[in-house]
Design a protein around this ligand. Structure first.
Ligand code: ATP
Length: 414
């Protein structure tokens, strides 16, 4: 297996579209890196540049120590798995799996092609080669649990089985690295989950370098050793899934990652005695200075962020914050409680759309509405729409962002 690195790589398509904008990153040998971002952010183009299916306008791409900018795709020794499987419809599963090996060893599509390479008298060598290919195909089929399907054609398989065959075709080649472009998006939710675990297991067993493109943040979080969040052709942050979740570099990453959107409230911070007070979006919150933003930050224009699991529903009798329940999503094992702060007894009544709007940053994600919060509660907690609840936000988990440029300005992010 090999590392893969990009050094100041850009791709401008004819017509001027800058799909990849000066990306530098290294995928370490045996690492599972996920490229995640909204539609059109440039993740597939980045993968295609690595595969050699597109030529970069600037920069260098290395596989191991070798610069491969001028190396043809077939000579890069990479295996790519696409969303649409791209199986040969007229071939059996066995032949789909062995096709690449026969090409590599024999230079022909069918056994006739292999035979042509050998002069009469070399039958023993031919037999040995065939046995080797057969062994590799059967080992791969066993690894993926598709041995009983080897005689079938792709149209006789389910979506999940087809995806396994596509995976098998990549594995059997023993490439320098695997490239996956949204390989699970045609599968239903349950099967996706199953295939995610299988991919994770395969990665562990094979100790392979894998680069995986998805727009699904759950896939990114569960699969990646590291995750690169992309937008507008740039990598905004590259880090471990938990670091990305807990220490997002900016508002875009904070909003993109997390199955429940992060709570964000724009406002101002002011000293309040020996403490700090945040005001904005119907929220007034006092906290110790140590939980505030970096001292050099512009405190007059901040966005306060916290995740649903960092709010606790409390008794209304001693509330730091009060709000009115406007919706409850009961998920069985937990509930998401949507709370309006603008109709409470301690917060302000009106939201100013001018000052309480979040900065726009070209997101395809609906912004959290100012004055609204989502809190996670245990399944047993019963709250009803219209009920007044108290809310306690864990100050240790509060994130701060610059409302102007969206950058994380938290002091110490854990
Ligand atoms: P998706 O998740 O929708 O597949 P993506 O993040 O993979 O999106 P890309 O396919 O890499 O995005 O496209 C990045 C940008 O480059 C988009 O604006 C797209 O329209 C543009 N683009 C992609 N291929 C071409 C092309 N062949 N010619 C011109 N523009 C292209």
């Amino acid at each position: 297996m090999s590392s893969v690195s990009l050094e100041n790589v850009s791709k401008r398509f004819p017509g001027g579209n800058l799909a990849v904008d000066d990306i530098s990153l290294t995928v370490k040998d045996r690492e599972f890196l996920v490229l995640v971002g909204p539609s059109g952010c440039g993740k597939s183009t980045t993968l295609r540049l690595i595969a050699g299916l597109e030529r970069c306008t600037n920069g260098k791409i290395r596989i191991g120590d070798r610069v491969v900018n001028d190396v043809a795709p077939k000579d890069r020794n990479l295996a790519m798995v696409f969303q649409n499987y791209a199986l040969y419809p007229h071939m059996s599963v066995y032949n789909n799996l062995s096709f690449g090996l026969r090409l590599r060893y024999g230079g022909g599509i069918v056994n006739r092609g292999i035979r042509r390479l050998f002069k009469p008298g070399q039958a023993a060598k031919l037999t040995q080669l065939r046995r080797g290919i057969d062994q590799q195909v059967r080992q791969t089929a066993e690894r993926l649990g598709i041995e009983p399907l080897l005689h079938r054609k792709p149209h006789q398989l389910s979506g999940g089985e087809r995806q396994r065959v596509a995976l098998g075709r990549a594995i059997v080649r023993d490439p320098a690295a695997f490239l996956f472009d949204e390989p699970l998006s045609n599968l239903d939710a349950k099967l996706r989950q199953k295939m995610r675990s299988e991919l994770k297991r395969l990665h562990r067993e094979m100790q392979a370098t894998m680069i995986y493109v998805t727009h699904d943040q759950v896939e990114a979080m569960t699969l990646g050793d590291r995750v690169a969040v992309m937008n507008g052709g740039k990598v905004l942050q590259i880090d471990s899934p938990l670091a990305i979740y807990h220490r997002p570099a900016n508002l875009f990453v904070a909003r993109f990652i997390g199955s429940v959107p992060i709570n964000l409230q724009p406002g101002v911070v002011q000293p309040h005695g020996s403490n700090l007070r945040f005001q904005g979006g119907g929220l007034e919150l006092e906290m110790e200075t140590c939980f505030g933003p970096r001292p050099d930050a512009d405190l007059t224009s901040v966005v306060l962020g916290f995740r649903a699991e960092d709010i606790r529903l409390t008794d209304v009798s001693s509330p730091p914050i009060r709000g009115t329940v406007v919706g409850v999503d009961r998920l069985g094992d937990m509930s998401h409680v949507h709370v309006s702060l603008t109709d409470n007894q301690t917060g302000k009544k009106d939201i100013d759309p001018q000052t309480d709007n979040l900065p726009t940053d070209n997101l395809n994600i609906p912004p959290t509405t100012a004055g609204m919060l989502v809190a996670r509660s245990a399944a047993g907690v019963t709250v009803e729409i219209g009920q007044t609840v108290g809310l306690a936000i864990n100050p240790e988990r509060i994130l701060w962002f610059d409302a102007g440029n969206g950058k994380n300005i938290s002091k110490d992010q854990t």
